[in-house]
Design a protein around this ligand. Structure first.
Ligand SMILES: [Zn+2]
Length: 143
């Protein structure tokens, strides 16, 4: 999560909402890929930290299935990212702050644990939550 927080800070530097993500390999420690929000930087509405990190992780291992992998992200994923998570088959999602306005991993929706889907990753929430949400609060206060 520390690494994801560093990524979030990079996003803010480029004018993007500070959200950062990391994909860990099946061993739980090897970093396969990182990503931060690049919506403003790239003019891409789908360039969320999680989508970029998942894409890069798949590139890194040369396979779209991220079985055994863990996605760590500073903010609760939105519906699009929750979709990307289920599609990528990551086995674990770890996030920091909850997103009461758009969260799709427990707040507004719980897409990744929907029993109608056949792939449901384990979810761990609230890791360094205060630090993760603090970055966001700071970012929006400065605007
Ligand atoms: Zn998202």
């Amino acid at each position: 999560m520390r690494l994801a927080l560093d990524q979030a800070r990079l996003a803010a530097r480029g004018g993007d909402v500070p959200v950062g993500a990391v994909v860990l390999a099946a061993d739980g420690t090897t970093v396969l890929a990182t990503g931060h929000n690049e919506r403003e930087a790239g003019g891409d509405p789908t360039a969320h930290a999680e989508v970029l990190a998942v894409r890069r992780a798949a590139e890194a291992i040369g396979e779209w299935r991220l079985t055994g992998c863990t996605l760590v992200v500073t903010l609760e994923p939105c519906t699009m990212c929750a979709g990307a998570i289920t599609q990528s088959r990551v086995d674990r999602v770890v996030y920091g702050a909850r997103d009461d306005k758009a969260g799709a991993v427990g707040s507004l929706w719980d897409v990744v644990r929907d029993r109608r889907l056949n792939h449901r990753p384990e979810v761990v929430e609230g890791v360094l939550a205060e630090e993760c949400s603090g970055l966001l609060t700071e970012f929006f206060r400065d605007r």
